[in-house]
Design a binder for this molecule. Structure first.
Ligand SMILES: [Zn+2]
Length: 424
């Protein structure tokens, strides 16, 4: 495939912007759309999947390889970089992109999810193991609790060494300004489906108050940011599975301004039940201004991506393609399978005959099977390249369908793809 042009010279000095180039129309009432986000480090054609490099690296894959597989932007994590190597180190390197030698657009998430999930008494994954657990106490028993939320912020213990830290909206903004990503997120409280309705209500109010403090601090820091590229701030919509709370949260953020400026875009976060995902994204998008981009935090399952794009999502991130690759789970048009299974030991075909990635053009299932079983580092690299390419390419195909044929073309792509992907 042709090398990807990371930096558009025309956009090199541009501020942040978003232009809608096609609308899906049809029965979704104009929910899904295609567009272009411009940042000081280049353009992102949407819908787009944004691969995650948690600690300023996509594990085992170089920036050139990420560009080669079509990644337009990378997302790193403020919590991890704050703890190690420290935001001041990234700042001294010239910012996140310069630090990791990635010239294209970058995102950092606020750390809200991580301080609460990694630091916390939450179960390992939010919204898991909910059977029989229905109150706020269970989520974080006092004795085990590693993160404590109050109205001012979150005190948490590092998952690295147990040291105590505190994030407030202001501190998250200062950390993300030092990291210097093009798109940064407001500090939010991420709840789980286990939280009670009463807690979700308090949490939405708290996240709204934190969003306002983030806007104020972001404006102050932007003023002081002379001679450095401007950063775009996205507000984060929470509200779990409740329609009224999701709408309240989205409308609240949509109307929030400070010194005449509102959020540059919006993140949709928190616990999303699979069966409600399209509805939740639809409620939220109908409250948000159409002219601003919307990022879904942490989704990558194939059917979820189709549902989220159709409901109006523009960009998406998730660690799943790289994490599952390292465990041998690879995507194909016929579903995800594990290449470490015995039946692939002498299978000399590619991971996916329809794929155009570096791995599929040169390497066999048998070789990947061997590398991953032997824990050879190259196995992680090759499997990750394939999985990231598969998701990036799929979302790019959704964009193409919206651009060329709106709802009808998107619907055909979705039905054909999902029928084959989930065929027994
Ligand atoms: Zn491939």
């Amino acid at each position: 495939m042709a090398p990807f042009l990371l930096v558009n010279p025309m956009a090199a000095k541009a501020d942040f912007g978003f232009e809608i180039t096609a609308r899906m129309g049809g029965r979704t009432g104009g929910g899904g759309r295609a567009g272009v986000i411009s940042t000081p480090h280049g353009l992102i054609e949407t819908p787009a999947f944004v691969p995650v490099g948690t600690a300023a690296a996509v594990k085992g894959v170089t920036p050139e390889q990420m560009a080669g597989l079509g990644a337009q932007a990378l997302l790193a994590n403020a919590y991890h970089l704050y703890l190690r190597p420290g935001a001041e180190v990234v700042e001294a390197a010239g910012g996140l992109g310069a630090f990791m030698n990635w010239p294209g657009p970058t995102f950092t998430d606020s750390g809200g999810f991580q301080v609460l999930s990694l630091g916390a008494g939450f179960k390992k994954v939010l919204a898991m193991d909910t059977a029989g657990l229905a109150d706020d106490q269970v989520i974080a028993k006092r004795s085990e609790r590693l993160a404590k939320v109050d109205d001012d912020g979150v005190t948490f213990r590092s998952h690295l060494d147990g040291s105590s830290h505190r994030f407030t909206p202001e501190i998250s903004m200062r950390v993300q300004h030092r990291l210097g990503a093009d798109i940064i997120f407001a500090f939010d409280e991420c709840t789980t489906l286990m939280n009670t309705r009463a807690y979700q209500e308090r949490s939405v109010a708290r996240t709204q108050a934190w969003a306002e403090r983030c806007l104020v601090e972001h404006a102050r820091l932007t003023e002081a940011r002379v001679g450095r590229p401007p950063q775009a701030l996205f507000g984060v919509v929470q509200g779990a599975q409740f329609e009224d709370l999701r709408r309240l949260a989205a409308a609240g953020l949509a109307h929030l301004t400070w010194d005449g400026a509102g959020f540059d875009g919006y993140g949709i976060g928190g616990a999303l039940e699979k069966e409600n995902l399209a509805a939740i994204v639809g409620w939220v998008c109908s409250e948000l201004p159409e002219s601003k981009p919307r990022h879904l935090l942490g989704i990558s399952e194939i059917d979820d991506l189709f549902a989220a794009v159709e409901a109006g999502g523009d960009t998406f991130d998730c660690v799943a393609p790289s994490r599952s690759a390292r465990h041998g789970a690879v995507y194909s048009p016929d579903g995800r399978y594990n290449v470490t299974r015995a039946r692939f030991a002498r299978d000399f075909g590619p991971l996916d005959p329809d794929c155009d990635c570096y791995t599929c053009l040169g390497y066999s299932r048998a070789y990947l099977h061997h590398l991953l079983r032997a824990r050879e580092l190259l196995g992680y690299t090759l499997a990750t390249i394939h999985n990231e390419r598969f998701i990036v390419r799929l979302v790019a195909a959704m964009r193409q369908a919206i651009e060329s044929g709106g709802q009808a073309a998107f619907g055909r792509l979705r039905d054909d793809f999902l029928t084959r992907y989930f065929a027994p």
